[in-house]
Design a protein around this ligand. Structure first.
Ligand code: HEC
Length: 173
């Protein structure tokens, strides 16, 4: 008898949890942001930038200076892992790659200077810069959180070429 009672209460509990999740009564975690995908995207972007900006061999040039500046980016530092986590709260408005969303009036922030991002966040929180949309999120961010998320966002590749291509495609329609 007691076994049946235990079984039934466990079953009821499971059904209740399922119900709460199904109807989103329990909080659903933030949209996931794949750290590894970012790293791959960043490396591809960096390689493209290097390809475009690398010094070309000029005929007749006395000497072509070899420039070694392959970026070394380790996204698994504690600061960047934390920044990535915090960035989960920004995606809804600023997009997964920090590319921005016109529908949210949220500008692109990916690749922006970390010190600039940090200053904007600080100013928005203090009220020196007014941003109503971001107020609820800023309440939960400490100065250290701002530094961490800024360190992460500055690494996000933002491609003007890609943006212009989207614009061109929109014009063609
Ligand atoms: C609810 C939507 C929303 C969310 C969520 C949001 N932002 Fe914003 N953000 C905006 C809008 C809208 C602006 C433009 C504000 C303005 O016009 O001054 C903005 C502006 C900014 C700017 C200033 C950009 C510039 O060029 O001056 C930064 C930096 C920024 N956001 C970072 C973040 C970060 C980091 C997060 C996550 C912790 C975040 N935002 C979350 C809507 C949002």
């Amino acid at each position: 008898m007691t076994r049946l009672a235990v079984f039934l209460s466990v079953l009821t509990g499971l059904i209740l949890i399922l119900f709460l999740y199904t109807f989103k009564i329990l909080p659903v975690s933030n949209e996931k942001f794949d750290l590894q995908k970012t790293e791959i995207a960043y490396k591809a972007h960096a390689a493209k930038v290097l390809e475009v900006t690398a010094p070309k061999e000029v005929e007749g040039a006395a000497e072509v200076v070899e420039v070694e500046y392959a970026p070394v980016v380790d996204l698994n530092t504690p600061q960047l892992v934390k920044g990535n986590k915090i960035f989960g709260q920004c995606i809804a408005c600023h997009g997964k790659g920090g590319e921005g969303k016109a529908s949210q009036k949220a500008p692109h922030i990916g690749g922006q200077y970390d010190w600039y991002i940090e200053k904007q966040l600080t100013d928005m929180k203090s009220g020196a810069r007014i941003n109503v949309a971001m107020n609820p999120i800023l309440k939960g961010l400490s100065p250290e959180d701002m530094k961490d998320v800024a360190a992460y966002v500055t690494l996000l590749p933002w491609s003007k070429e890609k943006y212009l291509a989207t614009q061109a495609a929109a014009v063609k329609k």
